[in-house]
Design a protein around this ligand. Structure first.
Ligand code: TLP
Length: 345
């Protein structure tokens, strides 16, 4: 049976070029700053998002947590969009590691309103926590890969700075946003103080994320990485794959977006499930299944299609480099069959 894995773009495996580069990577001890491949990756990564410097970390979660540790002090408050990854899927790290409290703000498809952000920043008062940071996400995972419109992004980052706070961008999929908007990634990261992005999702590297920002800030973030146990030694072996991810794998994300649109279009009129093709901005398709999402995923798995369980009502489908157009058509047929079966059951 054909297996089509649409649970996430994290399931992508490294390309043959990546594996070859990993085998011959020049390495050194990165804690001494002596791994030439890591240094090359950090330099290229920083320039691609328009920041002075960058640091290589094992995961997006660690990079987000290191960013919050570097921007805040214990007892601060940070503002996050209420469906943000950093709030939902990082195991309570904000409370556990940085010791910050969170003010979650409702967005529309992950996008915040500048006035709402300004209003949520606490005035200086001995009773209140200090608001030090606003975390934004682009593309937005729980909003189905939604992209921030550039004018709204500029308005919100300006509002945050006017209120005296810093902006951290969880740009795990920033290159998907850039490709969808047709702009360089540096444009989508303009106006944020720090940005995290992942090499190990749609870009296909096996491991690793980048945290970028001003040089002095990144130097402090290196200390946070050390505290979290994320300072690696001959990490050039994995950085070599990251370099190929950045050089060769960005432009092809457009194909994943095209596949997601194709999938959504094929599912638009099925009984019992709701899909909004007009909301497919990048490489994700959300299915609203009613309260049957778990059963829907198991029925799909029995047909070889692995789908992501989001919550009781929603299933997430993610396209990526290891999903072909034929796989998309196979998955669409399987989903249609399961939708019809559930309807007649
Ligand atoms: N997201 C994963 C799961 O953790 C949900 C996925 O399959 O989408 N920020 C965003 C926006 C993410 O989507 C993810 C991973 C991360 C951060 C964390 O990256 P990793 O998995 O490298 O820790």
């Amino acid at each position: 049976m054909r297996i089509v894995d649409l649970r996430s773009d994290t399931v992508t495996s490294p390309t043959a070029d990546m594996r070859r580069a990993m085998a011959v990577a020049e390495v050194g001890d990165d804690v001494y700053g002596e791994d030439p491949t890591v240094n090359a990756l950090e330099e290229l990564a920083a320039s691609m998002v328009g920041k002075e410097a960058a640091v290589f970390l094992p995961s997006g979660t660690m990079a987000n947590q290191a960013a919050v540790l570097t921007h805040t002090a214990r007892g601060d408050e940070i503002i996050v969009e209420h469906d943000a990854h950093i709030y939902w899927y990082e195991a309570g790290g904000l409370a556990l590691l940085a010791g910050v409290q969170v003010w979650p703000l409702a967005g529309r498809r992950g996008v915040l309103d500048p006035q709402a952000v300004t209003a949520a920043v606490r005035p200086a008062n001995i009773h209140f926590p200090r608001t030090s940071l606003v975390c934004l996400e682009n593309t937005h995972n729980r909003a189905g890969g939604a992209v921030w419109p550039l004018d709204r992004w500029d308005a919100v980052t300006a509002a945050v700075h006017a209120a005296g706070c810093a902006v951290h961008l969880d740009g795990a999929r920033i290159f998907n946003a850039a490709v969808a908007l047709g702009v360089p990634a540096a444009r989508t990261a303009a106006g944020c103080d720090s940005v995290m992005f992942c090499l190990s999702k749609g870009l296909g590297a096996p491991v690793g994320s980048i945290l970028a920002g001003p040089r002095e800030w990144v130097q402090r973030a290196r200390r946070a990485r050390k505290v979290l146990g994320g300072a690696m030694r001959q990490a050039g072996v994995i950085a070599a794959a990251g370099l190929i991810a950045l050089r060769d794998m960005v432009d092809r994300l457009a194909e994943d977006h095209e596949h997601a649109r194709r999938l959504a279009a094929a599912l638009a009129d099925l009984p019992g499930i709701a899909v909004r093709p007009e909301e497919v901005d990048t490489n994700m398709v959300m299915l609203e299944t009613g309260p049957a999402a778990a059963g829907f995923c198991s029925a799909l798995a029995a047909r070889g299609v692995k789908a992501g369980f989001m919550d009781a009502h929603r299933v997430r489908l993610v396209t990526h480099k290891d999903v072909s157009r034929e796989d998309v058509d196979y998955a669409a047929a399987a989903i249609a069959a399961v939708a019809r079966e559930s309807r007649s059951a």
